[in-house]
Design a protein around this ligand. Structure first.
Ligand code: CA
Length: 227
């Protein structure tokens, strides 16, 4: 599938030049002349990579980058910054912003396209492998960090609730019977009844808010996690 690149740049000439050249090598491109329209679009559809100009009419590219990198849902989107200032490079690539690369203006389009390809080839270092996402990032279960994120907010779960969610998430779409969930939680030591699971699921759903819809009850069988 062709990758989506969003280009945010208020200079029409640069915008056209960049988008034409990216399309020529089979990327799908969307252009934005300001930060607002770009951020609005990101909410709806996340791109595979962003080319972001530092100086925008309605915002500072630094702030836009910081915003994307501090939000769980958009953190993993690679960003290449366009900058006129060579001395800003440390800030761009440093911890403060965490952009993935930069190109200094005036730049060669060939060079920029090469950088785009290189960044997309990089493994996503800061995205843990043990990470399950539902609803395009609306619910993130990070089993490595023992964290559940719903719409960018961390949800506090009890250890049992987390285990149940993790089990359901281990095979999306597969129904787990109450018996199976009990086995997983307590093995041979289970002394609780089937209904205990229903109580835990009820609490889990309350805490998950909007994302509760992903947990489905299959009457007479059990539960599953599904988008
Ligand atoms: Ca600009």
């Amino acid at each position: 599938m062709n990758k989506w690149i969003y280009v945010v740049e208020d200079e029409p000439d640069i915008l056209e030049l960049v988008s034409l050249n990216l399309e020529r090598v089979n990327f799908k491109v969307k252009c934005f002349e300001n930060a607002d329209s770009f951020l609005e679009m990101v909410e709806t559809k996340k791109p595979d990579l962003v080319i972001l100009d530092l100086m925008l009419p309605d915002a500072d590219g630094f702030d836009v980058c910081k915003h994307l990198k501090s939000d769980e849902k958009t953190r993993a989107i690679p960003i290449i910054m366009l900058t006129a200032k060579g001395d800003e490079i440390d800030r761009i690539l440093g911890l403060e912003l965490g952009a993935d690369d930069y190109v200094t203006k005036p730049f060669s389009v060939k060079e920029l396209v090469a950088r785009v390809k290189a960044v997309l080839r990089r493994p996503l270092m800061d995205v843990p492998k043990d990470r399950i996402e539902l609803g395009d990032g609306a619910l993130i279960i990070d089993t490595e960090r023992h964290e559940v994120i719903q719409d960018g907010k961390r949800i506090d779960l009890t250890s049992t609730e987390f285990k149940i969610l993790k089990l359901l998430a281990s095979k999306k779409g597969l129904v787990f019977s109450r018996e199976k969930i009990l086995d997983y939680l307590w093995g041979n030591e289970k002394i609780v009844v089937d209904r205990t699971i229903d109580v835990h699921i009820k609490h889990l759903r309350e805490k998950l808010g909007e994302a509760a819809k992903f947990i489905k009850n299959i009457r007479g069988v059990g539960y599953k996690l599904e988008e």
